[in-house]
Ligand binder design. Sequence first.
Ligand SMILES: Cc1cc2nc3c(=O)[nH]c(=O)nc-3n(C[C@H](O)[C@H](O)[C@H](O)COP(=O)(O)OP(=O)(O)OC[C@H]3O[C@@H](n4cnc5c(N)ncnc54)[C@H](O)[C@@H]3O)c2cc1C
Length: 451
Amino acid sequence: MSIDKDSHNNGGAAVDSNRRKFIKLTSMGALSAGLFGISSFTRADGKVLETKARIVIVGAGAAGISLANRLARATSGAEITIIDERERHLYQPGLTLVATGVWDTHSVLDSNSRYIPRSVKWLKNSVVQFDPDNNRVQTNDNSWIDYDYLLVATGLELNFSAIEGMDASLIGSKGIGCVYDNPEHASRTWQQMESFINEGGVGIFTRAPGAIKCAGAPLKVAMLFEHDLRQRNVRDRFDLQYTAPAVGLFSQPDVNEFLKGHFPERGININWNHRLTGIDADTKRATFATESGSQTLDYDFIHVVPPMQAPRPIRESSLAWDSGPFAVGGWLEVDQHTMQHRRYANVFGAGDCVGTPIGKTAASVKAQVPVVVHNLLRVMEGSSADASYNGYTSCPLITERGEAMLVEFDYDLKMIPSFGFINPMKAQWVPWIMKDKMLRGAYNAMLRGRV
Ligand SMILES: Cc1cc2nc3c(=O)[nH]c(=O)nc-3n(C[C@H](O)[C@H](O)[C@H](O)COP(=O)(O)OP(=O)(O)OC[C@H]3O[C@@H](n4cnc5c(N)ncnc54)[C@H](O)[C@@H]3O)c2cc1C
C-alpha cells in the first residue's frame, strides 16, 4: 500500500474543501471535543450523588487528574484524595516533538496544582503498597490511607534494566537517545541526533516487545529523523535501521501493511525479530536477540525503547493479573469494557497501568475516564457497572514534519475515524496541525474533565 499524500501546496479543490471544513470545525470548538475521539461517554442524567464515601485516586497524571475533576463535579460530600508526589505535569504526547527538535521542553511542562480541584485533597506522597483486602494503601511516609473506593491511575514504569548496560542516565550521551523518559532526556536526545546529523553513519531505531505507551512514538521518531536528513540534503550519508521485536510494526493491520512498505521506500531497513538485549555505550555496539541467536550491530546513534511494565506496587500486589497475557508486566486486572477490577468490585483503573488489549494513549484515557466515573457512581449507588469502553485509541502518526495520518481504532482493530473528512490512510497536513498546535489544548480540557 503506498502513501496517499495531501501536501500543503497541491491546492486542489478537495484540499480547499477540507481546509474549509477544518477551519469551520476549529471555530466551532468542536475539534477540542473530538481531538482525542468523539465518543466520550457521559452520565446521561447528569445528577450529583450525595455521599460520604472515601475515594482514593492513586496517580495524578492524565487519567488521575481527569478522574478527580469529573468525580468532584459528580459527587457532593465525598472525601476525594489524590496521591502523587510529582508536582510538575508532563504533557507526554509532546515529547516526540521535543526529541525531534520541533518543540522545546518548555512546551510540555505544566503544574499539577493548576488542574487538581480545590475540593480534592492532594497527598504529595507515593503509594508503596496496595492492600485491597483491607481497603487501604500505604504511602512512602509509612501512613496507611483507608478508602471505600480506589481508582488506580499510576501510569507505567520504563524498565531500562532489562537491557544490559543501559541506564536512563545514558540518555543524551554517547549517541544514545530515548523519547520516553522525561522532557530533559527528550531534549538531550535531540542534541545527540544533531551531532549524529553532522557526522553521518549508522542510526538504529528500536522498539521493545510487549505493551508500550504510544506505540506510534518509535515509528514517528524514525520517520521525522529521516525526513530531517532529506530536508538538509544529507540523506545519502546515513544508514537507517529499524529493529522490530516480532514481525509487525503496528497493531492496526492496514497501518501495519502501509508501514511495512513505507519504511523500505524511504530507505529505512527493517530488521524483524530483533529484540534489544544489551548496549555497550563506550564501543557503540547494540546486542539483539534474534531467531538465529544473539546478533551485535554497530551504531553511531541509537534510539532505545525500553520494555514497559506496571509500577512495582501494582506488580507486587494482588491487584495485578496473575495469569494470561497481561500478567507479563504485572498490569492491573480490570474488565476491559467496564474498567472495574475483576476481583475487587470497589476498585477501578484507567490509563497506562491497566491490563487491556490496547489503550496506552491519552486518547484512550479520554475515552476511559467517563466510563470509569459512570460505573463507579453506579456501584456506589448499589447498581452494577453498565458503561463500556470500546478500546478507543488514537495516534497522529507523523510521517514527516508537516504531515501525519490520524489513526483511530478500537479493540477489534477496526478504524473508527472521528472526522469524516480525514482519511486515516492519508498523510495530511490537518492531523499535523492538530498534533503541533491543538492537541495540547484538547488534552488540558480532558484534564479538567470538560471533554
Ligand atoms: C513519547 C510519548 C508520546 C506520546 N504520544 C501520544 C499521542 O500522540 N497521543 C496520545 O493520545 N498519547 C500519547 N502518549 C501517551 C500518553 O501520554 C499516556 O498514555 C498518558 O499520559 C497516560 O496517562 P496516565 O495517567 O495513565 O499516566 P501518566 O500521565 O504517566 O501519569 C501517571 C502518574 O502516576 C504517578 N504515579 C506513579 N506511580 C505512583 C505511585 N506508586 N503512587 C502515586 N503516584 C504514582 C506518576 O507520578 C504520574 O504523575 C505519548 C506518550 C509518550 C511518552
